[in-house]
Design a protein around this ligand. Structure first.
Ligand SMILES: Cc1ncc(COP(=O)(O)O)c(C=O)c1O
Length: 421
């Protein structure tokens, strides 16, 4: 059988692959501390579940752009929380923001600039679309955030004409959140160099400073496409619903993506769209729930940060999301003694010999010689932890050690391993 040569070069998504490997090892009786898979552990809010149940009878196809009432609440929600001015007919609902990012990359001409470390799927998606992929690697000393100057020099090396960049804040894999000043400086460069930004804001409500994370669209509305969805703050990854919103200047783009969607996925499941209306309608119960879940992500992220720092792993304190990006460079010599030369070797070793699952930095466009890994902070029973958190006056390390034992035990296993050198 002949396969499309582009796809032959691309592996299955690394995050899904590690999850399957961990499941297989666990089924075989092994205890594995799972720092590998980034799924929110909390239950979907009961009001969203009710809406899903109550609308189960709706079997009709919906308009390709999505349910008008849903697109309207998405616009109001983003006006209220982010001061974005999107029109409902410039919003499209898709089966996850991942698919919509892919469709946008398929439609937009130009090379793909990726501030790195960056999410696992961006580079493969760009490659499937036949684009040159240009990672711009941020420094740990800059909190893993790309500086405007770095972007300017990378952009100037590319041929004149349109370019695309995917910016993700709060960031998977580093937990970094760009400040308003940093976004403004990047916006200036994007304007100068004709860079269209896909602002991946799937974690915008999982931000630890008490307000939703600001997006670059605030400073560069005419050139920014925003994506988001139900998967992270609303804990409903398996509902498979995301949105993409484009500014008034991009009418042609919205028409093109509506055409592509109509020839591919047609529309998203109708009961799920009704459930999403509840998510985006700023219901006070739902938002309180989202904020409590974010507080738990915050305290779990802080716990892992403290433990990793204590072990002398280089790490930046996460400001949002549910990820950390520790650096094993201080142990390079000793790791080399075990035949470990880079992050893929390191992750293989940790899974096989330390029972700890993490993903190598290379999967996130981080250089192969680095010893960085992506860690997730969500290996706990979200329902039980949420309930327990309601009775606590304060959430801190003790709470995590009592209620999220896998995070503690995984850290202990890692600490024992590093102390063996
Ligand atoms: C940075 C980032 N963007 C996008 C997605 C995809 O989200 P969705 O479930 O909306 O496709 C994820 C999911 O892991 C992610 O981490």
């Amino acid at each position: 059988m002949q396969l499309n040569p582009t796809i032959r070069e691309i592996r299955e998504s690394a995050t899904l692959a590690i999850n399957q490997r961990v499941s297989a090892l666990r089924q075989g009786g092994r205890t594995i501390w799972h720092f590998g898979f980034g799924q929110s552990p909390f239950p979907v809010h009961p009001k969203m579940q009710d809406a899903l149940r109550q609308n189960a009878f709706r079997k009709e196809y919906l308009p390709t752009l999505g349910l008008p009432a849903l697109r309207e609440v998405i616009c109001s929600f983003h006006r209220e929380h982010f001061q974005y001015e999107f029109a409902p007919d410039h919003v499209i609902i898709g089966p996850g923001s991942k698919e919509l990012i892919f469709q946008a990359l398929y439609l937009l001409e130009g090379p793909l600039i990726l501030p790195a470390p960056c999410w696992v799927s961006y580079a493969p998606q760009g490659e499937i679309c036949g684009k040159p992929v240009v990672p711009v690697v941020a420094e740990k000393t800059d909190g893993y955030k790309v500086r405007a100057e770095q972007l300017r020099s990378a952009g100037r090396e590319l041929p004149a004409g349109q370019k695309i960049m995917i910016l993700n804040s709060p960031n998977n894999p580093t937990g970094a959140v760009y400040s308003a000043d940093e976004l403004q400086a990047l916006a200036q460069v994007c304007r100068e160099l004709n860079i269209i930004v896909i602002s991946d804001e799937i974690y915008s409500h999982v931000c630890f400073n008490g307000t939703p994370a600001k997006g670059i669209g605030l400073f560069y509305p005419e050139g920014t496409i925003v994506t988001g969805g139900l998967s992270k703050a609303f804990s409903a990854g398996g509902y498979r619903l995301g949105f993409l919103a484009a500014p008034a200047e991009m009418t042609g783009f919205i028409k093109a993506i509506a055409t592509l969607a109509s020839e591919t996925f047609s529309c998203v499941s109708s009961p799920v769209q009704y459930s999403a209306i509840v998510a985006f309608s700023d219901d006070s119960d739902v938002m309180e729930y989202v904020n409590q879940c974010t507080s738990l992500h915050h305290v779990a992220g802080d716990y892992l940060y403290e433990r990793f720092t204590e072990m002398s792993l280089g790490c930046v304190r996460p400001e949002g999301g549910f990820y950390l990006f520790p650096d094993f460079a201080p142990f390079r010599r000793s790791l080399e003694g075990l035949g470990i030369a880079g992050s893929p070797d390191l992750c293989r070793y940790l899974l096989e010999h330390v029972d700890v699952a993490m993903l190598p930095g290379t999967d996130f466009c981080h250089p192969a010689e680095e010893l960085t890994c992506r860690v997730t902070s969500v290996d706990y029973d979200g329902g039980a932890v949420f309930e327990a958190s309601l009775t606590q006056p304060e959430l801190g390390c003790d709470f995590i050690e009592t209620h999220c034992p896998n995070l503690k035990d995984g850290c202990d296993a890692l600490k024992n391993f590093l102390e063996s050198f």
